[in-house]
Design a binder for this molecule. Structure first.
Ligand code: PEP
Length: 249
């Protein structure tokens, strides 16, 4: 059985008071589930999140980090800083980092290497743009993103990788991939990993779907055999919506 995960990417939302309020509501209402539950508040509220969730099953992730150990990188956050406050999950390669902040596969490869070297778990995001899907190029794009940032890894390092397939056209747009489209791509991702490594390894990799997952569509998407949970943006900002998605798994 693969690890199932529902992770909430809060992006640049929730100030300190709002973070505390949402976390205490989540902790109070969290259902009993075999799935792992992760929340990713903004950097400045991570330490608070770790403290408030100390006795909760809910884990904390950062939304990004720099690849360097330390140094003259104004505005950046290192793996050491995250680990030092108790954060050992990190989202890398989110489409907003790629499109708005110019993060390319070669940079992500470095970030992944740093995170893994520091024994962190990476939630690695990737997915095609609308134009690429329209041109029937989506499989090639996704295969390249995986190859460029991850296929240099040793087989044993894949234990620290969680994949999040997020078609860019479905992020924050209200448009979701159909469960069939998600399954088709997840199966392709698993096959691609199987060919690069081996089938057994590919079967063990947790692959999340992300892109306008809501309480009303989560169960259908999560029911697909190669979908192991979700990375949730907008709907993770409301306690009841997020927990309804958790319950759907
Ligand atoms: C995301 O940003 O990772 C995401 C999936 O956002 P949304 O759920 O809002 O589409």
């Amino acid at each position: 059985m693969r690890t199932q995960i529902v992770a909430g990417n809060w992006k640049m939302n929730k100030n300190l008071e709002e973070t505390e309020a949402l976390l205490s509501e989540l902790s109070a209402k969290v259902p009993d589930t075999k799935a792992e539950i992760i929340v990713a508040p903004t950097f400045v509220n991570l330490a608070t999140a770790v403290r408030s969730l100390q006795s909760s099953v809910i884990q904390v992730a950062a939304q990004n980090m720099h690849f360097a150990e330390n140094g003259a990188f104004t505005g950046e956050i290192s793996a050491d800083m995250l680990l030092n406050i108790g954060v050992d999950n990190v989202i890398l390669g989110h489409s907003e980092r790629r499109s708005l902040f110019g993060e390319e596969d070669s940079l992500l490869e470095k970030k992944v290497n740093t995170a893994l070297a520091r024994k962190m778990r990476v939630i690695f995001c990737f997915g095609e743009e609308l134009e690429e899907r329209k041109n029937n190029n989506h499989f090639a794009v996704v295969a390249d993103q995986l190859k460029n940032a991850l296929f240099h890894l040793e087989a044993s390092q894949w234990r620290q990788i969680v994949l999040a397939y997020e078609p860019v056209w479905a992020i924050g747009t209200g448009e979701t991939a159909t469960p069939e489209q998600a399954q088709e791509m997840h199966a392709f991702i698993r096959k691609t990993i199987g060919e690069a490594y081996d089938h057994e390894l590919a079967e063990k990799v947790t692959i999340l779907y992300g892109g306008s997952v809501k309480p009303g569509n989560a169960a259908e998407i999560f029911a697909k055999p190669d979908v192991d949970g979700g990375l949730i943006g907008g709907a993770s900002l409301k306690c009841d919506d997020f927990l309804a998605i958790v319950k759907a798994i």
